[in-house]
Ligand binder design. Sequence first.
Ligand code: FA5
Ligand code: MG
Length: 387
Amino acid sequence: DKPRHKWRQPVVSLVEIGGVKIDKNDVVRDDPTNNVPDTIFSKLGMQLHRRDKHPIGILKNAIYSYFDNNYQNKFDKFDDLCPIVSVKQNFDDVLVPADHVSRSYNDTYYIDSQTILRCHTSAHQAELLRKGHTHFLVTGDVYRRDSIDATHYPVFHQMEGVRVFEPNDWEGSGMDSTSYAAADLKKCLEGLACHLFGAVEMRWVDTYFPFTNPSFELEIYFQEKWLEVLGCGVTEQEILKRSGKVNNVAWAFGLGLERLAMVLFEIPDIRLFWSADERFTSQFSSGQLGVKFKSFSKYPPCYKDMSFWINDSFTENNLCEVVRGIAGDLVEEVQLIDNFTNKKGMTSHCYRIAYRSMERSLTDDEINDFQWRVREQVETKLKVVLR
Ligand code: FA5
Ligand code: MG
């Protein structure tokens, strides 16, 4: 029988987002076209980005002021668009190829075969362009099946920015339209980083997105590592063309708000954003960017290793979902520490699971109970063979 711990939040079965009522039974169903667990449903409608005293809300407002000050309020702002979108909006409209991994049930939360929890705010680019917006910011919660560590969480927040240029913007510059847009984009985002952080160590990395070309990522040095905080690039002409813009060029970016807030407020673990503990929430106030988070605890982690023979359908994301379904935010990291294939061609994985609460000491009984249920469920749900 399952212990009912008092820090587990009850799951409400009806939420309202942007005036739309969403019933849990329509989002979490036991059928093969659906892979949304309770833990994810319970995050719908939380809207951390619309809370002025929450680090994500404070950051959103600070980014808004940067754009207001530098562009005379030109950017239209959206922060209440429903996170339930169609496959077309999230993928097709931004030219994601039919066989791209991000479309898989392993990476994305599907409500049914045509409806998903958006995995990026780029899901709203095309419709806003079609409606005639040329400068806009879209902030919202996004959902991804992903690995577990201090900088990854299955629900996080992004801010999308799009700016469309007219021919006379670049014509006098001596640059072609693409170079002009790319240079303007980098200048805009470097200015934003400076507005938020002052001096910070950062670097541009070339990358690939289906919807931009060229494409870049910005990384910031944080906790002794390079942390990717945003993706961006010059919008593919095809996207502009479909919205009736044939003589234009545009740039777009998608900021990872948790990642930026971690750097800004020195928040060491992404799970903290979801903490209702007053020792966390009371440290932040509306409009205050200078606050550095003071850890109220460093409770020890507890590590548990688990080895099993994988099968063809095994994925790390599926394992992470099982562990989160059992331990919730008490799981800090799931890490592959050993991997080998024997003579018969069977592959064994050993995972190390770190359990740790930000708020209190965990008891041995609790952790053993988690680990016991994890072992049980990887066998029954993932059909792997424990060693
Ligand atoms: C995108 O989502 C693109 N849509 C961004 C973009 C927009 C590119 C417009 C070009 C034009 P990516 O998957 O890299 O890209 O995610 C963007 C940012 O979200 C990352 O840089 C990172 O800061 C953040 N992010 C990604 N996955 C997670 C996660 N699991 N937890 C927290 N933050 C994440
Ligand atoms: Mg990326």
